[in-house]
Design a protein around this ligand. Structure first.
Ligand SMILES: [Zn+2]
Length: 307
């Protein structure tokens, strides 16, 4: 299976949306999209939650909105223009909906809608954190349907920020390396992860993060798949890697514990409740699922789902 196919199975990834990136800079075209009778708008509340009804995102009709209500253009889905409102809606403006945050909605919505919500949230997170020009301090104006911020004072353009982070399942022989942070739920272990630093290639970030967190030397790594993770702005880049030895030395204080788990350890731990993994929505879960299936023929989805 290619990394592209694996990515398609990751939550928030591979939404079949045409972002119309080459057309959204045209204000006349964008206005026509906005005024189209078929256009649909996703609301948010002050905490970034979205309205959900019957397990689906609740999209508003343009007729219900002021024509100048600020909105980000997401793209076209099967020809339907989709927007996300920039200003929060009061809860009593909509009836019979449940307001859900992205983490909660991710395990409820079908995958395309979860991806659309993640996309809308990621863009909004960047806009919330980018109100002033980083060069001259003047207020910024959003253009291109919300995908660029322009400074009228110094003329610079600002682009949505995405923070690259590697996440890796390291193996040695019949075991894989998982760690836990002290602030996590009891018994929860996960694959190792960390942000890519400036001037660093992805494979170098994998080697550095694993060494810093556990003292384990990575011999080699392979790309597995990617996942947008807008909490608030990460792009997770998943890897599989092999280690030279099993010696663990917790060095940088990020992890409270790190251990080598055989496939049997993981299966037995989930069955008897002595182990918890990250949510199935996460790429960490996908990496562990991939490792268990390809190395031991164990289907993680059939094991008790301790999260
Ligand atoms: Zn400026």
């Amino acid at each position: 299976m290619s990394s592209g196919e694996r990515t398609r199975h990751n939550t928030f990834a591979a939404t079949p949306l045409d972002r119309c990136g080459e057309r959204r800079a045209d204000p006349a075209w964008l206005s026509a999209q906005r005024a189209a009778a078929s256009a649909r708008f996703l609301a948010c509340d002050a905490e970034g939650r979205a309205p959900v009804r019957n397990g689906r995102l609740y999209w508003l009709d343009g007729k219900a909105l002021a024509p100048d209500a600020p909105a980000n253009f997401l793209g076209q889905m099967h020809g339907v223009p989709l927007f996300a409102l920039r200003e929060p809606l009061a809860h009593d403006a909509l009836s019979a909906v449940t307001w859900m945050d992205l983490r909660g909605a991710a395990s409820v919505l079908e995958r395309t809608e979860a991806g659309l919500f993640a996309y809308a949230r990621g863009l909004a997170n960047w806009q919330d954190a980018t109100r002033h020009c980083a060069y001259c301090g003047a207020a910024l104006a959003l253009i291109d349907g919300g995908h660029r911020a322009s400074c009228a004072s110094c003329g610079r353009l600002h682009f949505p920020r995405t923070d690259a982070a590697i996440i890796v399942i390291v193996e040695h022989g019949d075991a894989c390396l998982l760690g836990r942070q002290a602030i996590w739920k009891p018994k929860q272990y996960s694959t190792l992860a960390g942000f890519v630093e400036p001037g660093e290639a992805l494979a170098d970030a994998v080697r550095r993060e694993v060494r810093e967190e556990t003292g384990v030397e990575v011999l080699d790594c392979d790309f597995h798949s990617s996942q947008p993770w807008p909490f608030p702005a990460s792009l997770m880049l998943g890897f599989t890697a092999t280690a030279a030895r099993r010696d663990i030395r917790l060095a940088d204080g990020e992890l409270e514990d790190a251990r080598w788990f055989t496939a049997w350890d993981i299966a037995a731990g989930l069955r008897d409740g002595s182990l918890r993994l990250s949510t199935p929505v996460s790429i960490s879960w996908r990496l562990i699922e991939h490792w268990l299936r390809t190395r031991a023929g164990i289907e993680l989805g059939r094991l008790p789902r301790a999260e």
